[in-house]
Each structure stands twice: as structure tokens, then as C-alpha cells.
Design a protein around this ligand. Structure first.
Ligand SMILES: Cc1cc2nc3c(=O)[nH]c(=O)nc-3n(C[C@H](O)[C@H](O)[C@H](O)COP(=O)(O)O)c2cc1C
Length: 187
């Protein structure tokens, strides 16, 4: 049972999946907005509340995050898994993803970047540092406001009995807090 097999180094990141996928909204100087699916995002400090995410330097989201110095981490549920995949397969350079996904932009409390109404929770972040690293940018954001749907939390934690989170396995496959694997139809 504990016999080990060797994994190709370029595939080793898969051993850290499935990962909770978030939708990062961003806003440029001229109010252009964008949404990108990010599986590599996590909290890194409680005081102050900091999150980090890894964004490929080729992604359009870099332009907007660097222009405004802010971003929002939106937590999707399986109700919007198809839209989540769309935001991870199209670039905002070529398409308005709010329009394409039919997500509803919503005003935040502390940042000008829109939240996604259909997501269950939101962390509004001010960019505190960008760390270029090989072909990615690591963005560290300080959470300046946080909100969640009423009834979606128990003791400030997502109620996993009710809220079906979106975990990315790899490619176009997702799993949630039950064991069914889901491949959205439009992929
Ligand atoms: C489920 C999922 C998770 C993803 N996670 C990441 C990630 O953590 N980092 C990243 O750079 N790209 C990630 N991507 C790829 C980007 O979302 C994708 O390339 C997107 O089209 C870039 O959009 P943009 O050019 O509008 O910024 C992910 C894609 C999917 C489908």
C-alpha cells in the first residue's frame, strides 16, 4: 500500500490538487474589468490578513491588477462551475468575461474593483507586493473587507453541508465536497 512511484517533476504540482478555485476580479484605470480563474491562491498571514496568488505573466489580469493596485478574491460554488471554467479558458484581452459569463458585477465596500454577485464570499484586497518569479507574478494582497452570503457560514467558516465549493482536479475536471467528478458541458 505504501509502495512509492516516481512522479515527473513537471507534473508534481498535481500532487497539491484538487485545489479550491477562486475567481479574481480586477479593474483597469479606464474601468475595464476582468475575471480570471485561479487555483493557486491561499492565505499566508492572519495579522495582517494577507493572501497570495500565482498569476502567469501572460495573463491579461496582470495589466489590470498592476494598474489599480487592487483585486477581489471571489469564492464560486458548483452552481457556477461552467462560468468558472469559462473564466479560466478565455482571456480578457479578447472577451468581456462579465458579459460572456453573465456574472453580475457588484459594488465592494473598500475597493473599486467589482465583486461577483453569484459567488458565495468575497475578499477585497489591496495589492501590497508583486513578486516576479520565473514566468509568474506572485501577488500579495491585504484583505481590507470580507463578506459572505447570509446563511453560508458556521462560526465564520464556510458551511460545507450547504455550500458546494469548486475544487480543480486538473484540465477541465472539478470535484466538490461530495465525491462526484464534474466536467462542465461547455468545455
Ligand atoms: C480551474 C482553473 C484554475 C486556474 N488556475 C490558475 C492559476 O492558479 N494561475 C494562473 O496563472 N492561471 C490559472 N488558470 C488559467 C487562467 O485562468 C487562464 O489562462 C485565463 O484565461 C487567463 O485569463 P486573463 O488573460 O483574462 O487574465 C486556471 C484555469 C482554470 C480553468
Amino acid at each position: 500500500m505504501n509502495e512509492k512511484i516516481t512522479i515527473d517533476l513537471s507534473k508534481s504540482y498535481n500532487l497539491l490538487h484538487p485545489r479550491n478555485t477562486v475567481l479574481i476580479t480586477s479593474r483597469g484605470e479606464d474601468d475595464r474589468t476582468n475575471i480570471v480563474a485561479i487555483a493557486w491562491c491561499m492565505p499566508v498571514s492572519i495579522h495582517p490578513p494577507l493572501v497570495v496568488m500565482s498569476v502567469d505573466t501572460g495573463h491579461y489580469s496582470n495589466d489590470l491588477i498592476q494598474e489599480s493596485g487592487e483585486f477581489v478574491v471571489n469564492i464560486p460554488t458548483m452552481d457556477v462551475v461552467t462560468e468558472t471554467l469559462l473564466c479560466g479558458r478565455m482571456s480578457g484581452r479578447n472577451v468581456d468575461k462579465f458579459e460572456a459569463s453573465h456574472f453580475t458585477p457588484m459594488k465592494g465596500a473598500k475597493v473599486r474593483t467589482p465583486l461577483i454577485k453569484e459567488c458565495v464570499a468575497h475578499l477585497e484586497c489591496k495589492l501590497v507586493r508583486r513578486m516576479p518569479l520565473e514566468d509568474v507574478n506572485l501577488y500579495i494582497g491585504e484583505v481590507v473587507a470580507a463578506s459572505a452570503n447570509r446563511g453560508s457560514l458556521i462560526n465564520n467558516v464556510i458551511d460545507v453541508e450547504k455550500v458546494r465549493l469548486v475544487f480543480h482536479i486538473g484540465k477541465d475536471e472539478f470535484v466538490t465536497n461530495d465525491s462526484r467528478v464534474v466536467t462542465p458541458k461547455s468545455s
